[in-house]
Design a protein. Structure first.
Length: 236
């Protein structure tokens, strides 16, 4: 098991600094070998962990969603993986299973207006914070997908690049964030069918870019992304 010293934190970020046992023979996380065929149930087994991930950070339109999930240490499902590696049908199956079997879970979003005001990176972190706020059980350690995070209160955290393909709790959070956001964009599509958000979910596909050129931007597009029709023609 991976052990670490709790008081070895970055004073600014609050991120845990790992202290690997000598018998592992490694000096940092990147030296560890992860089995790509299976997710790790936890990072350590002494503190209660919550996995966190976002969905929709790179989209042209719609809110950014985030989820926080605390799973039982013995949780396992063969379909669970990074949401980008799971098809829509299986994501929806997993959503129900996670919601039923998770120790605690929560989903939150930050709207387009605030994304444009504070930028998408800060909005993504805020969405994670809002999700953590709603957890019915307080985690003692946060596992974050990505390489950066703004410290949440006094709870230590650890970031993992592609963490949603390495830890079950982060993968579960990615599934919830993705399915909740997809459902939101599907409903929003009914008001703005010209952008076909039920299919592209607000991402900058060729179809979506063409629709913006033809119909212009609407209130749900992220103006800070510089995606006005003239700009898009210059870029593509």
């Amino acid at each position: 098991m991976l052990n670490f010293i709790l008081d070895l934190r970055s004073p600014l970020s609050g991120e845990l600094v790992p202290h690997w046992r000598e018998d592992l023979g490694v000096g940092n996380e990147d030296d560890l070998i992860f089995d790509e065929m299976s997710l790790l149930s936890f990072y350590q087994d002494e503190l209660l962990e919550a996995g966190c991930d976002e969905a929709g950070r790179g989209c042209y339109a719609g809110p950014v969603f985030a989820a926080a999930v605390i799973l039982p240490n013995d949780f396992y499902h063969p379909l669970l993986n990074d949401s980008k590696q799971v098809n829509e049908s299986n994501r929806n199956i997993l959503r129900l299973i996670i919601q039923e079997q998770a120790t605690a879970y929560a989903v939150a979003k930050v709207e387009v207006e605030e994304i444009d005001e504070i930028n998408i990176l800060k909005a993504s972190f805020k969405a994670m914070h809002l999700a953590i706020d709603q957890l019915k059980q307080k985690p003692q350690l946060l596992l974050i997908d990505g390489n950066r995070f703004i410290r949440y209160k006094r709870i230590p955290h650890k970031t993992f690049v592609k963490g949603d393909g390495r830890f079950a709790s982060i993968a579960a959070a990615s599934i919830l964030a993705k399915t909740y956001r997809d459902e939101y964009m599907y409903n929003l599509h009914k008001q703005f069918p010209q952008y076909n958000w039920k299919k592209n979910k607000g991402y900058g596909t060729a179809e979506h870019r063409k629709a913006i050129e033809e119909h212009g931007l609407c209130a749900h597009h992220r103006k800070s992304f510089n995606i006005d029709p003239v700009r898009l023609k210059e870029l593509f």
